[in-house]
Write a protein of this length. Sequence first.
Length: 58
Amino acid sequence: MKNIEMNVAGDVLTIKVDLSKTFGKSSSGKSTIIASTEGNISVPGKEEIKIGLNVYTK
């Protein structure tokens, strides 16, 4: 994961992303990556629940 923190409290998933960070251009070169799970991953403590997240700017 890049620039993503996930926490589960009870049945609530909280996702934290620092919007001031960047990780260069996407593979297509059309956008700049801010955060990514880099594919689908399991939610902490809930292996049966998956998440895929990309945060980017044009």
